[in-house]
Design a binder for this molecule. Sequence first.
Ligand SMILES: [Fe+2]
Length: 230
Amino acid sequence: MNKEMNLSVDKKYEKILASVKEELSCSAHDIDHIFRVYNLGMLIAKSEKQVDMDVLISAILLHDIARVKEDRDITGSIDHAVLGSEMADSILSGLGYEKDTIEEIKHCIISHRYRSNSKPRTIEAKILFDADKLDGIGAIGIVRSFMMSAQYGSKLYEDISQHKQTEVNLTELSEPKNRLKHPPNIEFEVKFKKIPESLYTKKAKAIAEERKKYMESFFERLREEVKGLR
Ligand SMILES: [Fe+2]
């Protein structure tokens, strides 16, 4: 782990990661996503002041621990951010973390979700939120969204004009219950392209703008190929 993540040797992070690896197995939210979010989180943290690195690193490692449980929940009642913070609580308590630190980490996990009512209020929570969202856009975002589509059997491409007739249609598409029913180009319209404006840190916003442009040109090219224009 230390080699991959360039972390200084810290046994507690090894232990956290072992628990996370056990829980994550689906393709788009696997352990590599955690490593990418870690790398982005460290990059963003360099441009911010007074970041508690222990809170940030622990939160990054644990933020998606309940993701597979949410994906496999047929009732649709599990929120991985909420359940994840509860699972984190017991892991961190077992590792001897202070109560206050655990609360800080739990806040980061609860508020990291894009479609959530709980918003990040600390710098560590904002960095985790931004790093996690950045990993959903750009070249990685394109690949990840097609992996999700394949998993849920949605189409490769759908004409946005079918949905654009009313704003209501687009709002409906962006609801969590509908997120897996449409192809990546529609998810780009209802979610991905709004990500840069939803981020908190200056560094992440700059990266997001550039990644959004890359995605935009990819989906435009895909549209042209689907229509037989190229
Ligand atoms: Fe994540």
